[in-house]
Write a protein of this length. Structure first.
Length: 299
């Protein structure tokens, strides 16, 4: 049994950028942040597979390794990049569970063609010239059995990297697309995967996450960086609270009185988002999240 399937079955059965050149440093030995509580097994026949939208950062800094260093421009080096790791991990998790979760995919910012760069081009020094701070793009709408669609839409070597990190705009795209398919019989979720800081509008990141939560879409937040300098930890803490996925939410998060949450102590408090520092941690995190929400995924 693969690592993904083993973790997924366990989870379902449990009751328990900066734009670029900002990442340098060491490694992370263990995941930091919230631990998944899968909750009770859903009774067969009453389960509606939920929508899960991946919101994936395609910033140019994703060409780097998780520790911030630049890999070689060859096959082995490509596989060490955050871009290769993120894509292959998403594809692995979706292939294992796409009969039980309606997976979809949004990339941000949008690639309008001819102005973003391939992984190899970025590793060898080419810079994207796209307009900064544009919206995201939904490349696969949430549905069952989307593993082949996502595999066709994502290729580490040809899916391009762009400049700027408009996290808020990417979440806004997810908000619009999930609202268009919302159905009261099933839950909706989003999972943000980013290796950097919002370089466009942090206030929009927060407000769109709060808007998703107000619409019933809980937002999981993953910082994919081992350097300690790539992601904006306090902001991601706020997003985890806003998305209602922070651990001990009532203690670690505060309400503005209108149901909008932020971290009680975003800077000095505990890590409230998922901090993945390598391929294994990212796979474990995505699998545990999918395992928590999946529909009847125990044989």
């Amino acid at each position: 049994m693969s690592v993904v399937m083993a973790l997924a079955l366990a989870a379902c059965g449990s009751t328990s950028s900066g734009d670029d050149d900002a990442n340098t440093g060491g490694t992370v030995d263990a995941p930091v942040g919230p631990q998944i509580d899968a909750g009770p097994i859903v009774d067969a026949g009453n389960c509606q597979p939920p929508d899960m939208m991946f919101v994936l950062d395609r910033t140019m800094s994703m060409h780097r390794r998780p520790d911030g260093t630049v890999p070689a421009a060859n096959a082995a080096g490509f596989m060490e990049s955050k871009w290769f790791i993120a894509i292959t991990t998403i594809e692995t998790v979706v292939a294992a569970l796409d009969a039980t979760v309606r997976f979809g995919l949004t990339l941000f910012p949008i690639d309008r063609g001819g102005v973003c760069v391939t992984l190899e081009e970025r590793i060898t020094g080419t810079t994207a010239t796209n307009v900064q701070c544009e919206e995201g793009e939904e490349v696969v709408p949430p549905n069952l059995n989307t593993s082949s669609d996502i595999a066709l839409a994502l290729d580490p070597l040809t899916t391009r990297l762009c400049r700027s990190t408009p996290i808020g705009a990417g979440l806004g795209t997810a908000l619009t697309e999930l609202a268009a398919i919302s159905n009261p019989i099933r839950e909706q979720f989003a999972t943000l995967i980013t290796d950097g800081q919002d370089t466009c509008d942090e206030a929009l990141s927060l407000s769109n996450t709060q808007a998703l939560a107000a619409a019933g879409v809980n937002v999981y937040v993953i910082g994919f960086d081992a350097s300690g300098t790539g992601v904006d930890g306090p902001h991601l803490n706020d997003l985890a609270c806003a998305g209602k996925t922070a651990p001990d939410h009532s203690t670690n998060c505060t309400d503005d009185g209108a149901g909008n949450f932020v971290a009680a102590d975003a800077t000095n408090g505990p890590t409230l988002y998922f901090d993945a520092g390598n391929a294994s941690q990212l796979e474990t995190t995505l699998t545990d999240i999918a395992g928590q929400i999946c529909c009847d995924c125990i044989e």
